[in-house]
Design a protein around this ligand. Structure first.
Ligand SMILES: N[C@@H](CCC(=O)N[C@@H](CS)C(=O)NCC(=O)O)C(=O)O
Length: 234
C-alpha cells in the first residue's frame, strides 16, 4: 500500500510564530505537511538530538530519513530556504539580488527584533501567566507596546514605503515572516496600527491570506481555551 503521509513533518506547535511561518510557506507552495506536537520546554531526547538550540520548529523530510538526524533541518529560516529549493514555485524569494537581500534582512529583523518585542515582551507575559493560573503581565506588555514596538514599526513602515510588499513586487518570505510574528501579539492583544498606515494595510492584507489565516486559526483555537479575550494595551 502506498504511504499517504506527507514527506514534510514540522515538529512544534502552531502557537509558535516560527512554526506558522514554515506552515505558511508550505501552504503558499501547495506542499503537503503535518505538524507533530512537541513540548519544547520538556522535549524528548530524540528531539534534543535534532534541535541543538532546543527550539521549534525542526523540519523532517521523510523522503530522506524517517528518524535520526538525517533528513532534519532546525531553524525556520533554514527550513524555508530548503522548501524554496525543493519546491520552487511560486517563488517566495525575489530573483533580483538587492530585493533578495532586502527580503532576507526583513525576515531576520522580524525573527529577532520583532519576535523579541512582541513574543517575549507581550505574548509570553500574558499567555504564560494565564496558562499558569496567574494574573496576565499587563504592565510588561503595555511597556513593550508603548516603548519597544514603535521603533520597530517605524523601521517596517519606512521599508514598506507605501508598497504592498516588503521586497520586490510580490509576496515573499519577508511578508510572511512579518505577518506571522506580528500575529503573535494579535493572539493575546489588540494591535492598533493607525500610526503606521502602510504596515496596517500590509498586516490586513496578509491576515486575509489563507497561508497566514489557516495556521493562525490553529493557534487561536489553542490560545482561546485559556484566554477568551484580547487585551487593550494602549
Ligand atoms: N530562530 C529560530 C527561533 C525559534 C524559536 O525561538 N522558537 C521558540 C518558540 S516560538 C522556542 O522554541 N522556544 C523554546 C525556548 O525558549 O526554550 C527559528 O526561526 O526557528
Amino acid at each position: 500500500m502506498r504511504d499517504s503521509r506527507p514527506d514534510l513533518v514540522i515538529y512544534g506547535s502552531p502557537v509558535s510564530p516560527f512554526v506558522r511561518k514554515v506552515a505558511g510557506v508550505c501552504i503558499a507552495k501547495g506542499v503537503p505537511y503535518e505538524v507533530e506536537a512537541i513540548n519544547v520546554f520538556d522535549p524528548p531526547q530524540w528531539f534534543r538530538d535534532i534541535s541543538p538550540m532546543k527550539r521549534i520548529p525542526v523540519l523532517r523530510d521523510r523522503s530522506v530519513a524517517e528518524e535520526g538526524l538525517a533528513g532534519t533541518i532546525a531553524d525556520s529560516s533554514a527550513i524555508c530556504a530548503f522548501i524554496e529549493k525543493k519546491h520552487p514555485a511560486p517563488a517566495l524569494y525575489p530573483e533580483s539580488p538587492m530585493a533578495l537581500g532586502e527580503a532576507l534582512f526583513i525576515e531576520e529583523y522580524a525573527d529577532t527584533a520583532l519576535a523579541m518585542a512582541g513574543g517575549l515582551g507581550i505574548f509570553r507575559p500574558i499567555f504564560f501567566a494565564v496558562s499558569k493560573g496567574e494574573e496576565p503581565g499587563l504592565d510588561k506588555a503595555r511597556e513593550a507596546w508603548a516603548s519597544q514596538l514603535p521603533p520597530i514599526f517605524d523601521v517596517l513602515e519606512a521599508r514598506l514605503a507605501g508598497r504592498a510588499f516588503f521586497a520586490g513586487d510580490a509576496l515573499s518570505i519577508a511578508d510572511i515572516t512579518v505577518a506571522t510574528v506580528l500575529m503573535q501579539v494579535a493572539l493575546v492583544a489588540e494591535t492598533p496600527l493607525d500610526k503606521w498606515p502602510a504596515l496596517a494595510a500590509h498586516f490586513a492584507a496578509m491576515q486575509a491570506l489563507p497561508l497566514i489565516a489557516g495556521p493562525y486559526a490553529a493557534a487561536d483555537k489553542i490560545i482561546r481555551k485559556a484566554l477568551p479575550i484580547r487585551f487593550d494595551l494602549t
